[in-house]
Design a protein around this ligand. Structure first.
Ligand code: ASP
Ligand code: MG
Length: 412
């Protein structure tokens, strides 16, 4: 059972979480719990580190920001004990959750779940694990897993103790076909395949950290997204289908639709490099320096050269990296050899996702037609086996998402 920041935002909410845990223990389930920091806490801690010094030691950043989860794990253990459930808090280093030493973005390498299993078996002691943190395998220092990382902690712990399921309790009651704030007719999905969820999360749906979905897929941990705002006493711990969304392997999904969901992101920027030499090595000259600068390039579109000598190359980067990307390309101008840079930051990426696309032709073509009927111009397109993405003017994001939601029969 994993509880996110809004679920542990106050002592009252932590007591509510204790009731959810108690319900499952009383029903005879063996559980372990992972918690996030109280909502807003990690932002505050990140802010403090930056205030102390804008350029700070990443090891000390981790020492500071990992503290939010230390507080909530202790508080939940106290709240559980108060309602008669044996409980003990665990920091990442105590388990230990061994990670790489990439401070601020560490990857989990190994977890020994033995002690958690043993204590529950011996005396029904529930482990309350601090999410988001671990300990560097090499240096023994505290690490954190990147923002939103407690989802990943939860799935990793679930894998380590061979749990039947990893329940992610959050402030929404599941994964929707798209953001319900944009499309009120969005539906909650009963089941989503790992691969689809990976795309949804990578393309802008904010329910789960991408890495947690990857881990779930690799270790085949079924992940169930559900709301901690459902009243603990209203839930039947033995029911097969409490409200929520199950993220599972494809084989578990019987009724497969062609399109499962639509994700979108406005945090995109477009850079077009005009009239670059059309010769071997030019793409490398552009994307090499960007990779070195650690900038993730997403969509890439290269035109076929018209005059046989030059071509245009367009790509997108996260809005946060836009300035650095522009600078990097400007610095490499001589090596690349182009005439002009055209850029746009008021763009959005809309992605249509579904494993059913593998066996259906013309899915994207329908979208092009529907968007043109709405006079929405498409700036760039990329496709893969189970997804296609369209770059459009940000002003049309909502209209485009609503149009596609209706087009693919997703409206409730
Ligand atoms: N507290 C951390 C964050 O806000 C980790 C998490 O909540 O998943 O990023
Ligand atoms: Mg989160």
């Amino acid at each position: 059972m994993k509880f996110g920041g809004t679920s542990v935002a106050s002592i009252e909410r932590i007591r509510n979480v204790a009731q959810h845990v108690k319900r499952e223990v009383d029903a005879g389930h063996e559980v372990a719990v992972v918690v996030s920091a109280m909502s807003g806490k990690t932002n505050e801690l990140v802010g403090w580190a930056a205030e102390a010094s804008p350029l700070h030691d990443a090891r000390e950043y981790d020492a500071v920001v990992a503290s939010g989860e230390q507080v909530t794990s202790g508080l939940l253990a106290i709240a559980l004990q108060a309602v008669g459930i044996q409980a003990r808090s665990w920091q990442g280093w105590q388990i230990p959750i061994r990670t790489s030493d990439a401070h601020g973005a560490a990857r989990i390498l190994e977890i020994d779940g033995g002690e958690i299993i043993k204590r529950f078996a011996e005396r029904k002691e529930v482990a309350v694990v601090s999410g988001f943190q671990g300990v560097s395998k090499d240096t023994g220092r505290i690490t954190t897993l990147g923002r939103g990382g407690s989802d990943t902690s939860a799935v990793a712990i679930a894998a380590a103790i061979r749990a039947d399921r990893c329940d992610i309790y959050t402030d929404v009651d599941g994964v929707y076909t798209t953001d319900p704030r944009v499309v009120p007719k969005a539906k909650r999905l009963e089941k989503v395949a790992f691969e689809e969820m990976l795309e949804l999360a990578s393309q802008g749906a904010k329910v789960l950290q991408v890495r947690s979905v990857e881990l779930g897929m690799v270790h085949n941990v079924r992940v169930f997204v559900r709301s901690s705002f459902d009243k603990p006493e209203d839930i039947d711990a033995h029911a097969n289908h409490p409200p929520g969304t199950l993220i599972c392997s494809e084989e578990e999904i019987v009724e497969q639709q062609v399109v499962t969901g639509i994700a979108f992101s406005k945090d995109e920027a477009q850079i077009s490099v005009r009239q670059v030499q059309d010769k071997p090595g030019v793409a490398a000259a552009i994307f090499g320096p960007l990779a070195e600068a650690n900038i993730n390039v997403d969509m890439i579109v290269q035109n076929v050269s018209e005059d046989g000598a030059t071509t245009d190359l367009t790509f997108t980067v996260p809005a946060a990296d836009y300035m650095r990307a522009k600078e990097t390309i400007t610095k490499a101008k001589d090596a690349i050899g182009y005439t002009r840079l055209d850029t746009a930051t008021d763009v959005a990426k809309v992605s249509v996702i579904g494993i059913g696309m593998r066996s259906h032709a013309g899915v994207a073509a329908q979208a092009f037609k529907a968007l043109s009927a709405r006079n929405i111009n498409i700036r760039a397109i990329t496709t893969s086996e189970i997804k296609f993405s369209l770059l459009i003017d940000a002003a049309y994001t909502e209209l485009a998402v609503r149009t596609l939601h209706t087009l693919y029969g997703l409206d409730a």
